[in-house]
Design a protein around this ligand. Structure first.
Ligand code: G6P
Length: 501
């Protein structure tokens, strides 16, 4: 594979940096390692990219196997399935402060606007400690590992730091590597307007914004996020000016673009998975589980921003306001555990189970239990269930994109209706073919459920076809290549300028 890669001459070296890496490692008895490939969209996009370009991926070592793998490679990059991988090792305490105190929940909660502001958060001495010896330190370690890994190349370098874990990486990289590198972060989660960011003390906010302004271009999921970023820079960063532009900021001699690249799914891989025998078996299980009832499905990580509680409340209102659905509709929630170390997440799961229990206690009849919740990670089972829903409920309070909406629309076989929050990034691509709701409006969501359950077949079919076509028009590879193309264009205009000056 490596002979076909463009690795010589002036071809750029592509560096991805993300908290969670593409592989996790387990040490086996003979001292060797087995590598398990992650399933996220970025991993998929990169798989294709790595066949054509030389790619270095820098990620955190998560757990003992990862630590041992990186130690065995002397803290230098090593090849794994066509990707050069370097795992960053940090002290567990620092990592905990970075991940469990600052990134999740503080930044995540601010960016999804989840705080109960009269009570939380308080930025305590512990938070400041976590900022300095956790978030800042881990970001610096990441940037140093990147700089160290690229120090011997004289080729152009494009670095793509991913997401809210690594906001401070661009600043350190620019300090260490100067103007010879292109730095292009992508932010997967929502970027709210300036008011949401007032929760963060000025010093932290400025550090984040000025670091991102050390990049060449910052990528966002939607135009709204990009616009909000520009507004934040104008308001909070001295010397940052947009000169009337909605998608760029001039800061200290650099024009930083805020560009939109909506992420998507791996269409071919989804279709393959949907056709596999194991998925078919799980789909049959799900069909037996649901019986003759119509299915309202949700598939989510257990995550307060997903708005699972109001989804249940809306379902309850449906049964109260439209009792004809009693005994004829099943709500099935497939929930994947996430970040259980964060208190808010644990409380949230408990509340979900309690609320579902209350609905079942109020409405269950003989063999019909209105709400079923399956907790656990089983991607094929989720795909099986997505094939047979009548209604897919995607009602987050805020969401960068929400790929479940795209996955569901692609694989569903029953002309299922998408019930979509207007605060999910995917709303801008799929909203016109979905029934859209305010995530706070449980009455409106219940009415939309009723509308979906009683929609004439012709309309369901037309909407489902339009959704599928919209999803198929752009997969995850085009998401990544659009960013790469922009970075390459800047590189080539820089080298032209350099040769003419
Ligand atoms: C969600 C978000 C991503 C984020 C990820 C981190 O999937 O959409 O933007 O990077 O969570 O999750 P983790 O499990 O790695 O903390």
């Amino acid at each position: 594979m490596s002979e076909q890669k463009s690795s010589g001459g002036n071809e750029p070296l592509i560096v991805i940096a993300s908290n969670r890496g593409p592989f996790s490692f387990t040490q086996v008895k003979n001292g060797g390692f087995t590598a398990q490939r992650g399933s996220g969209g970025l991993v998929t996009a990169l798989g294709a990219l790595a066949e054509r370009h030389e790619v270095l991926w820098v990620a955190a070592a998560l757990g003992k196997g990862d630590e041992a793998w990186q130690a065995a490679h002397g803290d230098q990059p090593a090849d794994v399935e066509g990707v050069r991988l370097r795992l960053v090792r940090t002290a567990p305490r620092r990592y905990d402060q970075y991940y469990n105190v600052i990134a999740n929940p503080l930044l995540w909660f601010i960016q999804h606007e989840l705080w109960d502001i009269p009570r939380k958060p308080s930025i305590t001495g512990e938070t400041w400690k976590a900022w300095r010896s956790g978030y800042q330190a881990v970001n610096r370690t990441f940037a140093e590992a990147i700089a160290d890994s690229v120090k011997d190349t004289d080729r152009p370098i494009i670095i793509f730091p991913q997401d809210y874990h690594l906001y401070l990486v661009p600043h350190v990289l620019r300090e260490m590597l100067g103007e010879r590198v292109q730095i292009q972060p992508f932010i997967h989660i929502p970027w709210p307007g300036p008011d949401a960011w007032r929760i963060l003390p000025g010093e932290m906010r400025t550090a984040i914004l000025t670091s991102l302004l050390a990049s060449d271009r910052v990528g966002f999921q939607t135009q709204r996020d990009a616009f909000n970023f520009v507004q934040c820079c104008r308001l909070y960063v001295d010397d940052a000016h947009s000169h009337g532009s909605r998608n760029s900021i001039d800061y200290h001699g650099r024009r930083v673009e805020a560009r939109t690249y909506p992420i998507s799914i791996d269409i071919e891989k989804m279709e393959e998975l949907a056709a596999e025998n194991e998925t078919r078996l799980l789909k049959a299980q799900m069909m037996a589980f649901v019986g003759d009832s119509k299915l309202i499905l949700r598939v989510d990580r257990i995550e307060p921003s997903k708005n699972i509680l109001r989804g249940l409340e809306a379902f309850r209102e449906l049964l109260v306001n439209h009792p004809e659905h009693k005994g004829r509709v099943q709500m099935l929630a497939l929930l994947v555990p996430s970040r259980m170390e964060v208190d808010e997440y644990q409380d949230y799961l408990q509340q979900i189970m309690a609320d579902a229990g209350m609905i079942n206690a109020e409405f269950s009849e003989e063999s019909w239990e209105p709400v079923r919740i399956l907790v656990g990670e089983n991607y094929r089972r989720a795909i099986g269930a997505m094939q047979i829903y009548d209604v897919l409920l995607v009602n987050p309070i805020a969401d960068g994109m929400n790929l479940v909406a795209k996955e569901g629309a692609l694989v569903n076989q029953r002309d299922g209706v998408l019930l979509l929050s207007e605060h999910a990034g995917v709303f801008y691509e799929l909203g016109e073919h979905a029934l859209t709701v305010s995530p706070f409006d449980t009455y409106g969501t219940a009415e939309a459920m009723h509308q979906a359950l009683t929609m004439p077949p012709g309309e369901r079919h037309d909407r489902a076809e339009a959704l599928r076509a919209a999803v198929k028009s752009s997969g995850v590879r085009s998401w990544f290549y659009a960013q790469l193309d922009d970075a390459m264009r800047t590189l080539s205009s820089q080298s032209k300028n350099a040769s003419t000056s």
